[in-house]
Ligand binder design. Sequence first.
Ligand SMILES: Nc1nc2c(ncn2[C@@H]2O[C@H](COP(=O)(O)OP(=O)(O)OP(=O)(O)O)[C@@H](O)[C@H]2O)c(=O)[nH]1
Ligand SMILES: [Mg+2]
Length: 461
Amino acid sequence: MIRGRRPISDKEQKHHNTKKGDREKAILVGVVTPGEIRLDVDDSLQELALLAETAGAEVTDVMLPSVRKINVATYVGSGKIAELTELAADRKADLIIFDDDLSPIQLRNIEREVSCKLLDRSALILDIFVRHARSATAKTQVELAQLEYMRTRLTRQWTHLSRQKGGIGMRGPGETQIETDRRMIGARISTLKERLIKIDRQRKTQRKGRSQYTRVSFVGYTNAGKSTLMNALAQTNLVAENRLFATLDATTRVVNIAPNKEVLLSDTVGFIRKLPHRLIESFKSTLDEVREADVLLHVIDASHRNWREQKEVVIETLKELGAHENPALIIFNKIDAIADTEELLGLKDDFPDAAFVSALRGIGLTDLKHRLLRFMEADFIEGDVLLPVTDQKAVAHLRRIGEILSEDYTWARTPYEDEIHAVVRLRFRVAPRFKADVEPLVARYRDFQVVADNEINLNGE
Ligand SMILES: Nc1nc2c(ncn2[C@@H]2O[C@H](COP(=O)(O)OP(=O)(O)OP(=O)(O)O)[C@@H](O)[C@H]2O)c(=O)[nH]1
Ligand SMILES: [Mg+2]
């Protein structure tokens, strides 16, 4: 039987055309205030455009007025809102997106004028996170962030209304409704937080089991190429795409960086300027990989014209996480995309300790591993300790947290007792975070003195 081609139904036809036609049309709005440099705001808006596209929108226009100051009621002032309303109607826009966070009052006032949806940068980023969340952990974290976002809005809107219009007429259903919503949101937030506490606990147990490894975690601006680099180094198959926030989970693998030298390498969520604080908070479980890492690999997209600003944003975000003091090795990625050799040489001069790689082409990976090894070793604590062989627990602990470089079995005694103990002298190396573990061990048996072989013979007689 020959099967003919089935004619495409209207519905399917529509589906085929969704790609462009069905994308929501968005107008972006930013403002330049007297203290700001237009170029910076422009960059921020370009990034907002990328965010909007990642969320599935098509940007039709960008409004970037200079204003003397931010208007409390409407953010840009009523004149500009009128212009915006006209433009939105003309373009049949579905969305207006503001580059900065709008207060509930501003949101409400502007919403009253325009006839399409209104979002601010935080809401847009949250929307992308919702779309990209795959694992149960990421979904829980995103939902928590979204509810926190909604809750503050409801609360503030509610207090605003009651202040503006007074109690009379504002009591009753309106207020009760918001109160009920608020309570429901509150209950859901508690459930999600409890779930995250459980997830945290599981992760801690997992990490304990792997504590003998040095923990290395990628950090970097979104789209810098962290997942591509992870794939190249750990033979993983992570999603690496030219879109923002492709990764929302933490993936960890054991990676060999030299013979007999294995580290635990983690890839996590990227950062961006004006990343909503509540997202950072609710992504605590995922970002613990960063906080607790022995070494951070800060991946920079060297081909991006704003890599310097992006680097600063990453450092600022690390501060917010309390991870800015973790030792960090800088990696300039995408060097294949730098056409100007002079520029690349200049960078190498400016950052002699950094690694220069192309994760995509597999360039510079061996050098990166060497640098990482040297970097780790420079920072590690090496020392000697004498432990009685009977103290199995201490010996086992040291083995677990560090690397034993050498071990000799011998005899020792303390100055104030006559007994001779069988001891093991261990030369060890541990990550800086284990300093507090080894210090008491070293101190406990500090008084041990190794005795010479002939002394043992004498005692034995
Ligand atoms: N030219 C070039 N492109 C690269 C290189 N490394 C990564 N890319 C591209 O950059 C884009 C982003 O890469 P990802 O690995 O997803 O970046 P990421 O840092 O994990 O991004 P998020 O997970 O979204 O934060 C993809 O299109 C990659 O193909 C490189 O060395 N050279
Ligand atoms: Mg990624």
